[in-house]
Write a protein that binds this ligand. Structure first.
Ligand code: ATP
Length: 284
């Protein structure tokens, strides 16, 4: 039997860090949603009791460092599954980009293996398992739009934002999330984006207010390390995107655009100096 799962990319409409906790994690408030740029996973039973990963992408680990491998291992151990699986990852989401590609692959693996092996695990339990793999994994298990608190694992489903175009541009650098959080001085942050303001804008379905209230406290940290991210951000603004923000720890910058007529202008303008540009829709 073969199982297919899509693993969509996430963007942060808002990312705030409240404080650094004693356990080393950061206490966050994030408003996250998904876009229709997705990895495609194929999961197939193997006669041997082992986990094998393949991918056309030459730049990700294919051993136990791969998050899909870790997800398969976790579910096998926890539910005492003595079967093997072969997982193929058709990578479309850029890696180390702030789009949670690895986390989404892990979440898709949990969902897929639950089906492949008929384990009957509830979505809630899959989220709990996912939290062991990474802070963004529980959100990726359920998808949709959510407010994530705690270290990112406490989820509250909220309404989807109004449909729009999303232009993603990734400068040619890879950013380590751990490095960006490591450089953040949470106690010294002078300004915080308004989570309540963003939630209110989404509830009212006001595209203009959502664009106004986009905010990410990691942006200044990454911009300080990589000035090319600022160049992408400024270009997107100049080319007429309605709202522009860096996603997660970056370096991908996204632009929200309501009018289709503007999209190709923004795309062409960015492609002049940035190789990786994608035009996608929100997954609503
Ligand atoms: P986040 O937004 O959650 O911080 P990201 O988009 O910045 O994630 P990923 O694409 O998830 O980053 O990759 C981060 C690291 O994880 C990379 O260094 C990569 O080698 C490793 N990795 C492990 N498994 C995967 C996977 N399935 N896909 C992509 N990267 C993976």
């Amino acid at each position: 039997m073969k199982i297919y799962e899509k693993a969509p990319a996430k963007i942060n409409l808002l990312l705030d860090v409240l404080r650094k906790r004693e356990d080393g994690f950061h206490e966050v408030e994030m408003v996250m949603t998904m876009v229709d740029l997705a990895d495609r996973l194929t999961m197939e039973e193997m006669p041997r009791d082992s986990i094998m990963i393949s991918s056309q992408a030459g730049y990700i680990p294919l051993d136990e460092k791969n998050l899909a491998f870790q997800a398969a291992q976790l579910i096998k151990e926890r539910y005492d599954v003595r079967k093997g699986v072969y997982i193929h990852l058709d990578k479309k989401i850029p890696v180390a980009a702030g789009l949670a590609g690895g986390s989404s692959d892990a979440a898709a693996t949990l969902r897929g293996l639950n089906r492949l092996w008929g384990l009957g695990i509830s979505t809630e339990e899959l989220c709990t398992l996912g939290a062991e793999l990474g802070s963004d994994v529980p959100f990726c298990v359920t998808g949709g739009t959510a407010l994530a608190t705690g270290r990112g694992e406490k989820l509250e489903r909220i309404a989807n934002p109004p449909q729009c175009w999303v232009v993603l541009a990734k400068p040619p650098i890879n950013v380590s999330t751990a490095d960006v959080y490591g450089r953040l001085r949470a106690a010294e942050l002078k300004e915080h984006p308004s989570t309540a303001g963003m939630l209110d804008a989404i509830e009212r379905g006001s595209f203009a207010d959502i664009c106004d209230r986009l905010g990410n406290v990691l942006e200044n940290v990454t911009l300080g390390m990589y000035p090319e991210v600022m160049q992408v951000k400024e270009s997107m603004e100049r080319l007429g995107a309605d709202g522009v923000l860096m996603s997660g720890s970056g370096p991908t910058v996204f632009g929200l655009v309501s009018k289709e007529a503007k999209v190709s202008r923004i795309y062409n303008g960015l492609r002049g100096f940035c190789k990786e540009v994608y035009v996608v829709r929100m997954l609503t």
